[in-house]
Design a protein around this ligand. Structure first.
Ligand code: URA
Length: 209
C-alpha cells in the first residue's frame, strides 16, 4: 500500500504561506523552497532502514543505530524541481542527483524526453522525484514513467503544493509511488495554475518574471 501524505506540519504551513505571498522576493522564495523541501525530505525518509553499530561515547560503549546504507537518488523535474535539490541534500548529502526534462508533443500529446541523465545504478536506488507544483499530475506521471523505463523500481514523489486533480492522476498512474506534499490546494484554474497556489514556481525560484 503506497503512502499519499499531506505533511501539514506547522513549520511547513508557515513557510508555504510566506511563499504564497506575491510580494515575497526571489531570494526569500528560493530559501523557502529549500527549507520546505528539507522538511518534506525528513518525512519522506522516515522508513529508511537502519542497523545497529557499536559506538564508544565519552561515557561508555553503546549500541546505536545508523542508516543501513540504502542508496538514494534525487531526480528533479526540470526546471522548477532544481530549486528543491539543495534542501534535500542538506539531509541526505550522499544522494546522487539525476535530471529529467520533458515536454508534450502538441500533435501526438506524447511526452518527449529532451534531457535525461540518471545514475547508472538507478535500479538499485531509492529514487525521489522532485517537482514543487503537482498541478495536473501530467508531467510528474510522464517523468516517473520515463524514470521507470530507465530501470528505477523504488520511487517516491515530493512536491510543495498539490491540486486534487494532480494528486489523483499521479496516484492513479503510479499506485506504487509514495507521494508527499506540503499542502493540498483547492483546484486548478483554466490556465492550469493551482488555486490559490503561489504562481509559477520556476519563475519565482529563478526570478524570470
Ligand atoms: N506550475 C506552477 O509553477 N504553478 C502552478 O500553479 C501550476 C503549475
Amino acid at each position: 500500500m503506497s503512502v499519499v501524505e499531506i505533511v501539514d506540519h506547522p513549520l511547513i504551513q508557515h513557510k508555504i504561506s510566506l511563499m504564497r505571498n506575491r510580494h515575497t522576493g526571489t531570494r526569500e522564495f528560493r530559501d523557502l523552497v529549500s527549507e520546505v523541501a528539507m522538511l518534506l525530505c525528513y518525512e519522506a525518509t522516515r522508513d529508511l532502514p537502519t542497523e545497529e553499530v557499536e559506538v564508544e561515547t565519552p561515557i561508555c560503549l553503546a549500541r546505536t543505530k545508523v542508516l543501513a546504507g540504502r542508496k538514494l537518488a534525487l531526480v528533479p523535474i526540470l526546471r522548477a524541481g532544481l530549486g528543491m535539490v539543495d534542501g534535500m541534500l542538506n539531509l541526505i548529502p550522499a544522494a546522487k542527483v539525476g535530471h529529467i526534462g520533458l515536454y508534450r508533443n502538441e500533435e501526438t500529446l506524447q511526452p518527449v524526453e529532451y534531457y535525461c541523465k540518471l545514475p547508472k545504478d538507478i535500479a538499485e536506488r531509492e529514487v525521489i522525484v522532485l517537482d514543487p507544483m503537482l498541478a495536473t499530475g501530467g508531467s510528474a506521471s510522464d517523468a516517473i514513467t520515463q524514470i521507470k523505463k530507465h530501470g528505477a523500481r523504488h520511487i517516491k514523489f515530493i512536491g510543495l503544493i498539490a491540486a486534487p486533480e494532480g494528486l489523483k492522476t499521479l496516484h492513479a498512474n503510479h499506485p506504487d509511488v509514495d507521494i508527499y506534499v506540503g499542502a493540498l490546494d483547492e483546484k486548478l484554474n483554466d490556465n492550469g495554475y493551482i488555486v490559490p497556489g503561489l504562481g509559477d514556481a520556476g519563475d519565482r525560484i529563478f526570478g524570470t518574471k
